[in-house]
Design a protein around this ligand. Structure first.
Ligand SMILES: [Zn+2]
Ligand SMILES: [Zn+2]
Length: 490
């Protein structure tokens, strides 16, 4: 069998390699078998073994779709725990211990796995790192190395197929589905975790993860309650299993709820959101829109009144010298993001309003033409721009007489204070009535000159809101009403 010609190279595979996707050896196309057809032509048959995740789930194949190890940890054991509760009395001491241990193991994930290891948002002294590695193991969410790689991938490829918790695949997928069901290895992306590989503590925890999980998740909380106040069974069921269930569900909300509900004050192009409910559910990981913009900031909530106990914990640890190098993005960088997002919303709002036909799109007419047309329509010339006020005459707040007296004339001076200094709203309203410009209308030229000098103003698209129409800067406004009278004044 000869090697396949170049045009038979599998493009998906090439793309996958080029984009850094890890293709599992077992699932790679093993070879392209060349078979000679009866007509002598060469047909290509690919011996392509499909991964289970590429096949639709059916009644007969669903057990193959399930990642049974993960399903046991995040679903089956918690269900067994729930079934044990009717037979396990809950004492006050055990309840307090279960809640405390929930909080601590939750911090193992948020302060340890997430902010310390996945994002390097601060540095920690060895005792704190050991403490967090132990507590993180107690949360039963995988090793630091595995978790951080997934999380860094999530930040790098947010909302794409390579995002392991891709929120675009639905709430349940991003919450638990990505763990409970086998995922396509072709979509597995790599991120740099060389810093984690160099850490002996992380290597140790990864190598001995299963015993550490059992010790920190079940044995330790059981022994504390057992030797502390004689409640081994309660310690196992409540501080062990049910506490683990709550830690799971609360931290999983960072991938689901935090991409589902709330505000997007920094960037709305992707799914992360800020919400106080998520913050309470996740020990302060609820300001997720901020977090995706500034991932290595040790804070998640910026305001003192926003719930972020993880931030407070890290800060307190820094006061004891156990945490240091706390990373903070500058207030300037943070406010830039806020301004840009606000600007985007304003732009959208502005684009929904009628600001009048863009001046450069208006037909140019001679002054005599304007005079001629005024005999049949209510045309008023202001700052070189012709406005058709026919339908507005009856509604003119200053009365019909005044506006009628300006028809067929240059009303620049009277409009801008000669008779009445019109309001900002009047200038806006007038702009919606403009129909043409006068050739050589000096006001327009002066205005165009002024606009051209403003780099942030787009002359072309003011009708769709691209141009900012600032109050007091409308084309019809004349600061010096005397000079505003054009040469055509009647
Ligand atoms: Zn996220
Ligand atoms: Zn993160």
């Amino acid at each position: 069998m000869s090697a396949p010609p170049l045009d038979q190279v599998d493009l998906d595979e090439v793309n996958a390699i080029a984009s850094g996707v890890y293709v599992n050896e077992k699932n790679r196309i093993k070879s392209a078998i060349l078979v000679s057809g009866s007509n002598g032509k060469v047909d290509e048959v690919k011996a392509k073994k499909k991964h289970i995740s590429e096949l639709p789930m059916t009644f007969s194949n669903w057990p193959q779709h399930v990642n049974w190890l993960n399903a046991t940890i995040v679903a089956i054991i918690p269900l067994i725990g729930i079934c044990l509760t009717p037979f396990t009395p809950l004492s006050l001491k055990t309840a307090i211990w279960a809640f405390t241990y929930y909080f601590l193991t939750g911090l193992g994930i948020t302060a340890g796995y997430h902010r310390l290891w996945a994002h390097r948002a601060y540095s920690a002294a060895l005792p704190l790192r050991v403490f967090l590695a132990f507590l993180g193991s107690g949360a039963a969410e995988g090793s630091i190395k595995w978790w951080s790689n997934g999380h860094r991938t999530h930040h790098r490829f947010t909302d794409t197929d390579k995002d392991p918790y891709n929120a675009r695949r639905g709430f349940m997928f991003s919450h638990m589905g990505w763990m409970v069901f086998k995922q396509n290895p072709k979509l597995k992306a790599r991120t740099d975790i060389s810093d984690l590989n160099e850490d002996p503590l992380i290597r140790f925890q990864h190598r001995h993860y299963m015993p550490m999980l059992l010790l920190a998740s079940f044995v330790f909380p059981t022994l504390v309650a057992g030797f502390g106040w004689g409640d081994f069974k309660g310690g196992f069921v409540y501080a062990g299993i049910l506490r683990m269930l709550v830690v799971h569900q609360s931290t999983f909300c960072v991938n689901s709820l935090a991409h589902w509900i709330g505000e997007q004050p920094f960037d709305d192009r992707r799914s992360p959101r800020d919400h106080v409910v998520t913050a309470f559910a996740t020990l302060g990981e609820g300001y997720h829109n901020f977090h995706h913009e500034f991932p290595s900031d040790y804070r998640n909530a910026l305001k003192w009144y926003q719930y972020d106990p993880t931030k407070v914990f890290i800060w307190i640890m820094s006061k004891f010298g156990l945490a240091y190098n706390l990373q903070r993005f500058s207030q300037n960088a943070i406010e830039q993001g806020l301004v840009q997002q606000k600007q985007k919303k304003l732009d959208k709002w502005r684009s929904r309003l009628n600001w009048g036909v863009p001046i450069e799109q208006l037909p140019v007419i001679e002054f005599d033409e304007f005079k001629e047309q005024s005999k049949t329509r209510g045309l008023v010339l202001i700052s070189g721009i012709v406005h058709d006020v026919t339908d507005f005459v009856e509604n003119h707040p200053g009365g019909r007489a005044l506006i009628k007296s300006a028809i067929g004339k240059d009303g620049t001076a009277v409009f801008n204070g000669g008779v009445y200094l019109h309001s900002n709203a009047a200038h806006n309203m007038l702009a919606t009535m403009r129909v043409s410009v006068i050739r050589g209308g000096c006001e327009v030229e002066v205005w165009k000159q002024a606009q051209a000098e403003k780099k942030d103003v787009n002359l072309v698209s003011d009708s769709i809101g691209g141009k900012i129409n600032r109050a007091g800067e409308q084309a019809t406004r004349s600061n010096d009403s005397g000079a505003g009278v054009s040469a055509h004044a009647a």
